[in-house]
Design a protein around this ligand. Structure first.
Ligand code: XMP
Length: 507
């Protein structure tokens, strides 16, 4: 049976980071809402309680009675998780004099505590809390302090129950990985068997059993997730998988032909559909970003549906959904910034069963699985690209002419990043065609042409991002090339906004 750590989510922004850290320890883990502990799951070897935006005293605070878990599983509370456990045991939690945020160093560390093995005083940790534990319940004792926080970590005597005020999952906590390893491996007894290889082996076996001789249809986007899902399914059921790759005319230069060739090279049974005319006609004159997304989303479903209807006896829809899309979020703020277009809505319409072989994986794990499956590196390490494609990078209405101009400029930028060895240092990059024209001079001629913005960001999950400090010489070369080679562009700018408050895409 595959061992599993459960992370109870109390709404912290770093809950997913805890999961990723534990997965990096080759241990499978799942994030569940704070009140949905799977009491009858016998594969659970330990429980982590996450942080939270709330204070334990807050009316709206998420609370879980930990009594049924105590003594049954090793428990580790992080920040709010630690405060809640202390509070429930009868300890005291109070607002800190000032919100503590940032680096701190462990001053005192209890020797020989299994959670702190190989962690010495002086180790850097990351604090981010408004409340602090001021008194522990009876039978609990402090195992680490910092200058400012007397109870930085504690343990319940004689029990496998720990709390830490700091965030071991954050990269800035130098001893964080060690602490999590002490918990997951040393205390919970993880056999560290979770790997790309073991995932492929067990998933292929499961898919064979689940699907049998049925037929599956899957929509490919050119992106990593759908491609890896397809190759995995192909490994399990071979030609019973049919893939549909729709060209909405808004992909990068040559991308449709190149990726189609890659797919065929991988032995996938793939149908390429050029539907660009349909999309251009439906998008004509549309300037509103959300309407663009809706039109493309619906158009994609229509084309996919039409092609899938031509296939006989299909009973499953394969999708490249990954774990961050599936985590039942606590949605504390609940605002939709941009509606993302995916092929959601398809199964109900088509009466197909849903098969999502990557739904347990984080993006970096999907990449590892792809590599292990022998997929070419350029498919695996390609930058994310939005479903609506260049439509959300052309501000204002979309015409084939504008798409062609943008494709040329984008191609120069992306090829430049590759030539300069910068592509892999950047999480995502692209060019945006702005709805402005400006005056320029070329030779003796006055020009009045379009401006573009280059965008290159670093990120880990697209939720936050920062602009990349690309070398000036590189920017100069790209700008020159674009202005000299792409007819219709006479000005290049560089976007230096971070997310938040900006977003990665302009629309
Ligand atoms: P934003 O612009 O919201 O983008 O900062 C975050 C990440 O999501 C991608 N993105 C999309 N992906 N459909 C998608 O499949 C969409 O409509 C969409 N909009 C943005 C964006 O490229 C970035 O990676």
């Amino acid at each position: 049976m595959q061992q599993k750590i459960i992370i109870l989510d109390f709404g912290s922004q770093t809950t997913q980071l805890i999961a990723r850290r534990i997965r990096e320890l080759n241990t499978y883990c799942e994030i569940l809402p704070y009140n949905k502990f799977p009491h009858d799951d016998r594969s659970v070897i330990g429980v982590v309680l996450s942080g939270s935006p709330f204070s334990v005293y807050d009316d709206k605070a998420f609370r879980t009675d930990i009594a049924p878990l105590m003594g049954k599983y090793p428990l580790l509370g992080i920040c709010y998780g630690a405060q809640m456990m202390a509070y429930q045991g009868g300890g005291m939690v109070e607002p800190a004099d000032s919100r503590e945020y940032g680096r701190a160093r462990l001053a005192k560390v209890e020797e020989n505590n299994p959670l702190l093995r190989d962690i010495a005083p002086g180790a850097q940790v990351w604090m981010s809390h408004g409340d602090t534990i001021t008194a522990l319940p009876e039978g609990y004792h402090t195992i680490a302090s910092t200058d400012k926080v007397a109870i930085a970590a504690y343990q319940k005597e004689g029990e496998k129950l720990w709390g830490v005020q700091f965030h071991p999952e954050v990269y800035h906590s130098e001893c964080g990985t060690r602490l999590l390893e002490n918990f997951v491996v040393g205390i919970c007894g993880s056999r560290q068997e979770w790997s790309a290889e073991s995932f492929i082996e067990s998933t292929v076996a499961k898919l064979k059993e689940q699907i049998g001789d049925d037929k599956v249809v899957l929509g490919l986007s050119g992106g990593v997730d759908s491609s890896v899902a397809a190759v995995l399914l192909n490994r399990a059921i071979g030609k019973n998988l049919t893939c549909i790759f729709v060209d909405h005319g808004l992909l990068r230069k040559n991308e449709f032909a190149d990726v189609l060739r890659d797919y065929e090279g991988l032995g996938l049974n793939v149908i390429g559909v050029d539907a660009s005319k349909k999309f251009f006609s439906e998008l004509a004159g549309v300037t509103d970003p959300e309407r663009k997304r809706k039109i493309i989303g619906k158009g994609f479903i229509d084309v996919f549906n039409e092609e899938a209807q031509k296939l006989t006896d299909v009973s499953w829809l394969g999708q490249g959904t990954i774990y961050p899309d599936c985590i039942e979020s606590l949605s504390i703020t609940g605002t939709t910034i941009k509606s993302h277009h995916n092929v959601g809505g398809l199964p109900e319409k088509m009466h197909l069963k849903l098969c999502e072989p990557l739904r347990l994986l984080f993006k970096d794990e999907v990449r590892r699985v792809g590599r292990q499956l022998g997929m070419p590196e350029h498919l695996i390490s390609r930058h994310p690209f939005p479903g609506p494609g260049l439509a959300v990078r052309i501000l204002g209405d979309i015409t084939p002419e504008k798409v062609a101009i943008l494709q040329e400029a984008d191609h120069i930028f992306i090829q430049g990043l590759r030539d300069w060895g910068l592509y892999d240092q950047v999480w995502q990059a692209g060019v945006i065609l702005l709805p402005v024209q400006s005056v320029g001079v070329m030779g003796d001629e006055r020009t009045y042409e379009r401006a573009v913005a280059l965008r290159a960001v670093t990120s880990t999950d697209g939720m936050t991002a920062d602009w990349v400090h690309l070398p000036y010489d590189f920017l100069a070369e790209v700008s020159n090339k674009i202005i000299n080679k792409v007819k219709g562009i006479n000005r290049v700018t560089y976007d230096i906004s971070s997310k938040p408050p900006a977003t990665i895409e302009w629309e």
